[in-house]
Design a protein around this ligand. Structure first.
Ligand code: NIG
Ligand code: FE
Length: 414
Protein backbone atom coordinates (compact mmCIF):
# COMPACT_ATOMS: atom_id res chain seq x y z
CA UNK A 1 0.00 0.00 0.00
CA UNK A 2 2.91 2.34 0.51
CA UNK A 3 4.19 1.56 -2.98
CA UNK A 4 2.93 4.87 -4.36
CA UNK A 5 4.35 6.79 -1.42
CA UNK A 6 0.91 8.26 -0.76
CA UNK A 7 -0.28 9.22 2.73
CA UNK A 8 -2.69 6.43 3.61
CA UNK A 9 -5.33 5.92 6.22
CA UNK A 10 -7.50 2.92 6.99
CA UNK A 11 -10.64 2.92 9.13
CA UNK A 12 -11.62 -0.68 9.78
CA UNK A 13 -14.25 -2.78 11.51
CA UNK A 14 -16.81 0.05 11.60
CA UNK A 15 -20.18 -1.17 12.89
CA UNK A 16 -21.76 0.98 10.18
CA UNK A 17 -20.43 3.17 7.40
CA UNK A 18 -22.68 5.64 5.56
CA UNK A 19 -21.42 5.93 1.99
CA UNK A 20 -23.95 8.43 0.64
CA UNK A 21 -26.93 8.27 -1.70
CA UNK A 22 -26.96 4.95 -3.54
CA UNK A 23 -26.95 6.76 -6.90
CA UNK A 24 -27.39 10.39 -7.92
CA UNK A 25 -31.04 9.75 -8.75
CA UNK A 26 -31.80 7.61 -5.70
CA UNK A 27 -31.87 9.46 -2.40
CA UNK A 28 -31.76 6.24 -0.34
CA UNK A 29 -28.60 6.16 1.76
CA UNK A 30 -26.16 3.36 1.09
CA UNK A 31 -25.06 2.01 4.47
CA UNK A 32 -22.44 -0.75 4.89
CA UNK A 33 -22.06 -2.87 8.00
CA UNK A 34 -18.69 -4.27 9.24
CA UNK A 35 -17.10 -1.82 6.91
CA UNK A 36 -13.72 -0.31 6.15
CA UNK A 37 -12.57 2.76 4.29
CA UNK A 38 -9.17 3.50 2.77
CA UNK A 39 -7.95 6.98 1.92
CA UNK A 40 -4.83 7.95 0.05
CA UNK A 41 -3.65 11.48 -0.64
CA UNK A 42 -6.88 13.00 0.57
CA UNK A 43 -9.39 10.90 -1.36
CA UNK A 44 -11.36 7.73 -0.68
CA UNK A 45 -9.74 4.89 -2.64
CA UNK A 46 -11.69 1.93 -1.31
CA UNK A 47 -14.79 1.36 0.77
CA UNK A 48 -16.55 -1.89 1.56
CA UNK A 49 -16.59 -4.98 3.70
CA UNK A 50 -13.90 -4.76 6.38
CA UNK A 51 -12.40 -8.20 5.93
CA UNK A 52 -11.96 -7.91 2.19
CA UNK A 53 -10.66 -4.34 2.36
CA UNK A 54 -8.15 -5.00 5.15
CA UNK A 55 -6.83 -8.06 3.29
CA UNK A 56 -5.98 -5.81 0.37
CA UNK A 57 -4.94 -2.79 2.49
CA UNK A 58 -3.55 -4.11 5.82
CA UNK A 59 -4.04 -1.50 8.55
CA UNK A 60 -0.50 -2.15 9.83
CA UNK A 61 0.88 -0.85 6.53
CA UNK A 62 -1.13 2.37 6.62
CA UNK A 63 0.24 5.65 7.96
CA UNK A 64 -2.84 5.95 10.16
CA UNK A 65 -5.19 3.12 11.19
CA UNK A 66 -8.39 3.59 13.14
CA UNK A 67 -10.19 0.67 14.72
CA UNK A 68 -13.85 1.74 14.58
CA UNK A 69 -15.31 -1.37 16.24
CA UNK A 70 -18.71 -0.57 17.66
CA UNK A 71 -18.68 2.85 15.98
CA UNK A 72 -20.37 4.42 12.98
CA UNK A 73 -18.60 6.39 10.25
CA UNK A 74 -20.40 9.09 8.27
CA UNK A 75 -19.37 11.72 5.72
CA UNK A 76 -18.16 15.03 7.18
CA UNK A 77 -20.98 17.55 7.47
CA UNK A 78 -21.31 20.35 4.95
CA UNK A 79 -22.84 23.57 6.28
CA UNK A 80 -24.02 25.43 3.16
CA UNK A 81 -25.33 28.64 4.80
CA UNK A 82 -23.57 30.63 7.51
CA UNK A 83 -22.99 34.29 8.34
CA UNK A 84 -20.00 33.35 10.49
CA UNK A 85 -17.84 36.45 10.05
CA UNK A 86 -19.05 39.25 12.29
CA UNK A 87 -18.24 41.18 15.45
CA UNK A 88 -20.37 42.21 18.42
CA UNK A 89 -22.89 40.55 20.68
CA UNK A 90 -26.68 40.48 20.30
CA UNK A 91 -27.64 38.38 23.31
CA UNK A 92 -29.75 41.30 24.59
CA UNK A 93 -31.91 41.01 21.46
CA UNK A 94 -32.55 37.41 22.48
CA UNK A 95 -33.94 38.78 25.73
CA UNK A 96 -35.94 41.46 23.88
CA UNK A 97 -37.48 38.81 21.64
CA UNK A 98 -38.39 36.77 24.71
CA UNK A 99 -40.27 39.86 25.90
CA UNK A 100 -42.23 39.83 22.64
CA UNK A 101 -40.25 42.10 20.32
CA UNK A 102 -40.17 40.88 16.71
CA UNK A 103 -36.99 40.32 14.69
CA UNK A 104 -38.12 42.77 11.98
CA UNK A 105 -39.04 45.45 14.55
CA UNK A 106 -35.53 45.22 15.96
CA UNK A 107 -34.10 45.63 12.45
CA UNK A 108 -36.41 48.58 11.67
CA UNK A 109 -35.14 50.31 14.81
CA UNK A 110 -31.54 49.98 13.66
CA UNK A 111 -30.75 46.83 15.66
CA UNK A 112 -30.31 43.31 14.31
CA UNK A 113 -28.17 43.10 11.17
CA UNK A 114 -27.56 46.88 11.23
CA UNK A 115 -26.11 46.69 14.70
CA UNK A 116 -23.80 43.86 13.72
CA UNK A 117 -22.78 45.99 10.71
CA UNK A 118 -21.67 48.81 13.03
CA UNK A 119 -19.70 46.41 15.25
CA UNK A 120 -18.14 44.68 12.23
CA UNK A 121 -17.10 47.93 10.54
CA UNK A 122 -15.42 48.94 13.82
CA UNK A 123 -13.51 45.68 14.25
CA UNK A 124 -10.04 45.09 12.80
CA UNK A 125 -9.53 42.37 10.18
CA UNK A 126 -7.33 40.47 12.64
CA UNK A 127 -10.05 40.54 15.28
CA UNK A 128 -12.66 39.34 12.76
CA UNK A 129 -10.32 36.54 11.71
CA UNK A 130 -9.71 35.51 15.31
CA UNK A 131 -13.47 35.27 15.91
CA UNK A 132 -14.15 33.41 12.68
CA UNK A 133 -11.39 30.90 13.49
CA UNK A 134 -12.93 30.26 16.91
CA UNK A 135 -16.31 29.58 15.28
CA UNK A 136 -14.76 27.29 12.67
CA UNK A 137 -12.99 25.38 15.44
CA UNK A 138 -16.35 24.73 17.13
CA UNK A 139 -17.93 23.77 13.82
CA UNK A 140 -15.10 21.34 13.09
CA UNK A 141 -15.29 19.60 16.45
CA UNK A 142 -19.03 19.20 15.82
CA UNK A 143 -18.28 17.53 12.49
CA UNK A 144 -18.46 20.28 9.87
CA UNK A 145 -15.66 19.79 7.33
CA UNK A 146 -16.91 22.20 4.64
CA UNK A 147 -18.75 25.47 5.28
CA UNK A 148 -20.12 28.30 3.22
CA UNK A 149 -19.49 31.71 4.83
CA UNK A 150 -21.22 34.89 3.67
CA UNK A 151 -20.03 38.44 3.85
CA UNK A 152 -22.81 40.97 4.46
CA UNK A 153 -22.01 42.84 7.66
CA UNK A 154 -20.01 45.50 5.86
CA UNK A 155 -22.56 46.94 3.43
CA UNK A 156 -19.92 49.08 1.74
CA UNK A 157 -17.13 48.07 -0.61
CA UNK A 158 -14.16 48.28 1.70
CA UNK A 159 -15.62 46.24 4.57
CA UNK A 160 -17.30 43.71 2.26
CA UNK A 161 -13.91 43.07 0.59
CA UNK A 162 -12.29 42.84 4.00
CA UNK A 163 -14.82 40.21 5.14
CA UNK A 164 -14.21 38.12 2.03
CA UNK A 165 -10.47 38.45 2.62
CA UNK A 166 -10.94 37.25 6.21
CA UNK A 167 -12.90 34.22 4.95
CA UNK A 168 -10.07 33.46 2.53
CA UNK A 169 -7.44 33.75 5.28
CA UNK A 170 -9.52 31.52 7.57
CA UNK A 171 -9.84 28.96 4.79
CA UNK A 172 -6.05 28.76 4.54
CA UNK A 173 -5.45 28.69 8.31
CA UNK A 174 -7.43 25.66 9.47
CA UNK A 175 -9.02 22.42 8.16
CA UNK A 176 -12.63 23.46 7.42
CA UNK A 177 -12.95 24.13 3.70
CA UNK A 178 -14.56 27.59 3.42
CA UNK A 179 -16.64 28.64 0.42
CA UNK A 180 -17.16 32.41 0.24
CA UNK A 181 -20.41 34.12 -0.72
CA UNK A 182 -20.72 37.85 -1.31
CA UNK A 183 -23.83 39.23 0.38
CA UNK A 184 -23.55 42.99 0.05
CA UNK A 185 -27.34 42.91 -0.37
CA UNK A 186 -27.92 41.62 3.18
CA UNK A 187 -29.67 44.78 4.43
CA UNK A 188 -30.11 48.39 3.40
CA UNK A 189 -27.50 50.37 5.35
CA UNK A 190 -28.84 53.11 7.60
CA UNK A 191 -27.38 55.89 5.48
CA UNK A 192 -29.02 54.74 2.19
CA UNK A 193 -32.30 54.11 0.31
CA UNK A 194 -32.81 50.58 -1.09
CA UNK A 195 -32.66 51.48 -4.83
CA UNK A 196 -29.71 53.73 -4.36
CA UNK A 197 -27.92 51.06 -2.31
CA UNK A 198 -28.63 48.42 -4.98
CA UNK A 199 -26.86 50.76 -7.45
CA UNK A 200 -23.86 50.74 -5.14
CA UNK A 201 -23.88 46.94 -4.85
CA UNK A 202 -24.12 46.54 -8.63
CA UNK A 203 -21.83 49.35 -9.77
CA UNK A 204 -19.22 49.52 -6.99
CA UNK A 205 -19.19 46.41 -4.80
CA UNK A 206 -19.67 43.63 -7.35
CA UNK A 207 -16.89 44.71 -9.75
CA UNK A 208 -14.47 44.98 -6.80
CA UNK A 209 -15.56 41.59 -5.44
CA UNK A 210 -15.05 40.04 -8.89
CA UNK A 211 -11.56 41.58 -9.14
CA UNK A 212 -10.69 40.27 -5.68
CA UNK A 213 -11.58 36.75 -6.87
CA UNK A 214 -12.54 35.14 -3.54
CA UNK A 215 -16.35 34.88 -3.64
CA UNK A 216 -18.01 32.05 -5.58
CA UNK A 217 -21.64 33.05 -4.97
CA UNK A 218 -23.78 36.16 -4.68
CA UNK A 219 -26.68 36.10 -2.21
CA UNK A 220 -29.50 38.58 -1.50
CA UNK A 221 -32.06 39.00 1.32
CA UNK A 222 -35.25 39.12 -0.75
CA UNK A 223 -37.74 40.18 1.89
CA UNK A 224 -40.44 42.72 2.59
CA UNK A 225 -38.77 45.87 3.88
CA UNK A 226 -35.33 44.76 2.67
CA UNK A 227 -34.86 44.04 -1.09
CA UNK A 228 -37.88 43.44 -3.31
CA UNK A 229 -37.89 40.98 -6.20
CA UNK A 230 -36.84 43.55 -8.82
CA UNK A 231 -33.94 44.76 -6.67
CA UNK A 232 -32.92 41.19 -5.88
CA UNK A 233 -32.99 40.32 -9.58
CA UNK A 234 -30.71 43.26 -10.39
CA UNK A 235 -28.17 42.16 -7.79
CA UNK A 236 -28.19 38.50 -8.81
CA UNK A 237 -28.01 39.20 -12.55
CA UNK A 238 -25.13 41.59 -12.02
CA UNK A 239 -23.42 38.98 -9.84
CA UNK A 240 -23.78 36.36 -12.52
CA UNK A 241 -22.31 38.72 -15.15
CA UNK A 242 -19.10 38.78 -13.09
CA UNK A 243 -19.11 35.02 -12.51
CA UNK A 244 -20.87 34.71 -9.15
CA UNK A 245 -23.65 32.12 -9.05
CA UNK A 246 -26.91 33.21 -7.40
CA UNK A 247 -28.28 32.18 -4.01
CA UNK A 248 -31.41 33.70 -2.47
CA UNK A 249 -32.73 34.22 1.07
CA UNK A 250 -36.31 33.52 0.02
CA UNK A 251 -39.71 33.48 1.76
CA UNK A 252 -38.24 33.76 5.27
CA UNK A 253 -40.80 36.08 6.88
CA UNK A 254 -43.26 36.66 4.03
CA UNK A 255 -43.96 35.16 0.63
CA UNK A 256 -42.46 37.78 -1.63
CA UNK A 257 -41.37 35.84 -4.72
CA UNK A 258 -37.73 35.10 -3.96
CA UNK A 259 -38.20 31.39 -4.64
CA UNK A 260 -39.75 32.08 -8.06
CA UNK A 261 -36.86 34.41 -8.80
CA UNK A 262 -34.35 31.74 -7.74
CA UNK A 263 -36.02 29.22 -10.05
CA UNK A 264 -36.20 31.69 -12.94
CA UNK A 265 -32.48 32.44 -12.63
CA UNK A 266 -31.53 28.81 -12.07
CA UNK A 267 -29.95 29.82 -8.75
CA UNK A 268 -27.73 27.27 -7.02
CA UNK A 269 -29.91 27.41 -3.90
CA UNK A 270 -32.98 29.04 -2.37
CA UNK A 271 -32.73 29.24 1.40
CA UNK A 272 -35.21 29.49 4.32
CA UNK A 273 -38.50 28.91 2.41
CA UNK A 274 -40.74 29.09 5.49
CA UNK A 275 -43.50 30.65 3.41
CA UNK A 276 -42.89 28.82 0.12
CA UNK A 277 -46.04 27.71 -1.72
CA UNK A 278 -46.71 24.51 -3.70
CA UNK A 279 -45.94 26.51 -6.86
CA UNK A 280 -42.58 27.49 -5.39
CA UNK A 281 -41.81 23.85 -4.59
CA UNK A 282 -42.56 22.81 -8.17
CA UNK A 283 -40.65 25.72 -9.70
CA UNK A 284 -37.53 25.11 -7.61
CA UNK A 285 -37.63 21.36 -8.23
CA UNK A 286 -38.00 21.90 -11.98
CA UNK A 287 -35.14 24.42 -12.04
CA UNK A 288 -32.78 22.17 -10.08
CA UNK A 289 -32.35 24.91 -7.47
CA UNK A 290 -31.47 23.24 -4.16
CA UNK A 291 -33.77 24.19 -1.26
CA UNK A 292 -31.81 24.87 1.93
CA UNK A 293 -33.60 24.57 5.28
CA UNK A 294 -32.44 26.36 8.41
CA UNK A 295 -34.43 24.95 11.31
CA UNK A 296 -32.17 26.74 13.82
CA UNK A 297 -33.60 30.05 12.60
CA UNK A 298 -37.20 28.95 13.07
CA UNK A 299 -36.20 27.61 16.50
CA UNK A 300 -34.49 30.87 17.49
CA UNK A 301 -37.34 33.03 16.23
CA UNK A 302 -40.09 30.69 17.44
CA UNK A 303 -41.52 30.56 13.91
CA UNK A 304 -43.28 27.73 12.12
CA UNK A 305 -40.82 25.39 10.38
CA UNK A 306 -40.53 25.11 6.61
CA UNK A 307 -42.20 22.23 4.81
CA UNK A 308 -39.22 20.15 3.68
CA UNK A 309 -41.44 17.12 3.15
CA UNK A 310 -43.15 18.88 0.21
CA UNK A 311 -39.76 19.17 -1.50
CA UNK A 312 -38.89 15.52 -0.85
CA UNK A 313 -42.22 14.53 -2.38
CA UNK A 314 -41.41 16.64 -5.44
CA UNK A 315 -38.19 14.63 -5.83
CA UNK A 316 -35.96 17.57 -4.87
CA UNK A 317 -32.87 17.33 -2.70
CA UNK A 318 -33.28 18.80 0.78
CA UNK A 319 -30.23 20.53 2.22
CA UNK A 320 -29.82 21.57 5.85
CA UNK A 321 -27.67 24.38 7.24
CA UNK A 322 -27.11 26.23 10.50
CA UNK A 323 -27.60 29.84 9.26
CA UNK A 324 -25.13 30.59 12.07
CA UNK A 325 -25.34 34.34 12.70
CA UNK A 326 -25.67 36.64 15.74
CA UNK A 327 -29.42 36.04 15.77
CA UNK A 328 -29.18 32.26 15.46
CA UNK A 329 -26.23 31.10 17.49
CA UNK A 330 -25.90 27.51 16.37
CA UNK A 331 -22.72 26.06 14.90
CA UNK A 332 -23.61 22.38 15.27
CA UNK A 333 -24.94 20.58 12.19
CA UNK A 334 -25.77 17.72 14.58
CA UNK A 335 -28.24 19.89 16.45
CA UNK A 336 -29.67 21.12 13.15
CA UNK A 337 -30.32 17.46 12.26
CA UNK A 338 -32.04 16.97 15.63
CA UNK A 339 -34.35 19.91 14.84
CA UNK A 340 -34.97 18.63 11.31
CA UNK A 341 -36.11 15.31 12.75
CA UNK A 342 -38.13 16.54 15.72
CA UNK A 343 -39.62 19.69 14.20
CA UNK A 344 -39.69 19.09 10.44
CA UNK A 345 -40.51 15.39 10.43
CA UNK A 346 -37.40 14.18 8.61
CA UNK A 347 -36.08 10.70 9.28
CA UNK A 348 -32.52 10.66 10.68
CA UNK A 349 -31.26 9.29 7.35
CA UNK A 350 -32.98 12.12 5.45
CA UNK A 351 -31.49 14.68 7.80
CA UNK A 352 -28.02 13.15 7.42
CA UNK A 353 -28.34 13.24 3.63
CA UNK A 354 -29.40 16.88 3.96
CA UNK A 355 -26.34 17.69 6.06
CA UNK A 356 -23.90 15.96 3.72
CA UNK A 357 -24.51 15.16 0.03
CA UNK A 358 -27.47 17.50 -0.51
CA UNK A 359 -25.74 20.30 1.41
CA UNK A 360 -22.77 19.92 -0.95
CA UNK A 361 -25.11 20.36 -3.93
CA UNK A 362 -26.31 23.63 -2.36
CA UNK A 363 -22.78 25.01 -2.76
CA UNK A 364 -22.31 23.53 -6.21
CA UNK A 365 -19.97 20.73 -5.10
CA UNK A 366 -20.39 17.70 -7.32
CA UNK A 367 -17.01 16.08 -6.65
CA UNK A 368 -18.40 13.59 -4.13
CA UNK A 369 -18.12 15.99 -1.18
CA UNK A 370 -20.67 14.87 1.40
CA UNK A 371 -20.24 11.21 0.45
CA UNK A 372 -17.64 8.52 1.13
CA UNK A 373 -17.73 7.05 -2.35
CA UNK A 374 -14.52 6.05 -4.08
CA UNK A 375 -12.91 9.20 -5.45
CA UNK A 376 -14.64 11.55 -2.97
CA UNK A 377 -12.62 13.77 -0.63
CA UNK A 378 -11.88 11.68 2.48
CA UNK A 379 -13.83 13.92 4.88
CA UNK A 380 -15.33 11.59 7.46
CA UNK A 381 -16.56 11.44 11.04
CA UNK A 382 -16.12 8.53 13.41
CA UNK A 383 -18.94 8.65 15.95
CA UNK A 384 -18.71 7.53 19.55
CA UNK A 385 -21.83 5.48 18.85
CA UNK A 386 -22.69 2.42 16.77
CA UNK A 387 -25.19 4.01 14.39
CA UNK A 388 -25.63 7.26 12.48
CA UNK A 389 -29.01 7.77 14.17
CA UNK A 390 -27.02 9.04 17.17
CA UNK A 391 -26.11 12.21 15.24
CA UNK A 392 -29.69 13.49 15.54
CA UNK A 393 -30.66 11.49 18.60
CA UNK A 394 -28.07 13.08 20.89
CA UNK A 395 -28.55 16.78 21.37
CA UNK A 396 -26.67 17.50 24.57
CA UNK A 397 -23.19 17.05 23.13
CA UNK A 398 -21.96 16.00 19.72
CA UNK A 399 -21.80 12.30 18.83
CA UNK A 400 -18.66 13.05 16.79
CA UNK A 401 -15.46 11.56 18.19
CA UNK A 402 -12.90 11.81 15.38
CA UNK A 403 -12.91 14.19 12.43
CA UNK A 404 -11.02 13.43 9.23
CA UNK A 405 -10.42 16.09 6.61
CA UNK A 406 -8.78 15.05 3.35
CA UNK A 407 -7.76 11.72 4.88
CA UNK A 408 -6.03 13.27 7.90
CA UNK A 409 -7.18 13.13 11.50
CA UNK A 410 -7.81 16.79 12.37
CA UNK A 411 -9.75 16.48 15.64
CA UNK A 412 -10.03 13.67 18.11
CA UNK A 413 -12.03 13.75 21.33
CA UNK A 414 -10.92 11.95 24.47
O1 NIG B 1 -30.46 34.30 7.31
N1 NIG B 1 -32.09 36.90 6.92
C1 NIG B 1 -31.03 37.49 6.85
N2 NIG B 1 -29.88 37.09 7.37
C2 NIG B 1 -29.78 36.20 8.46
C3 NIG B 1 -29.90 36.90 9.76
C4 NIG B 1 -28.72 37.74 10.00
C5 NIG B 1 -28.77 38.52 11.30
O2 NIG B 1 -29.81 38.65 11.96
O3 NIG B 1 -27.70 39.04 11.63
C6 NIG B 1 -30.68 35.02 8.27
O4 NIG B 1 -31.60 34.77 9.07
FE1 FE C 1 -29.01 33.56 6.33
Amino acid sequence: MTETGAHTLVIHDAAELVVGPATESDATLEVREDAALVAADGAVVAVGESEAITRKYPPENADVAIDASGQAVVPGFVDPHTHAVFAGDRSDEFEARLRGKRYQEILEEGGGILRTVRATRDASADRLLERLLAHLETMLTHGTTTAEVKSGYGLETETELELLEVIDRADAAQPVDCVATFMGAHAVPEEREADDYVDAVVDDQLPAVADQGIAAFCDVFCEEGVFDVAQSRRVLEAGRRVGLEPKVHAEEFTRLGGAELAAELGATSADHLLYATDEDVDALAAAGTVPVFLPGTAFALDEAYADARAFLEAGAPVALATDFNPNCHVRSMGFVQTLACLEMGLAPAEALLGATHDAALAIGREDGTGTLREGAPADALVLEAPSSVHVAYRFDTSAVETVLKGGEVVRRRG
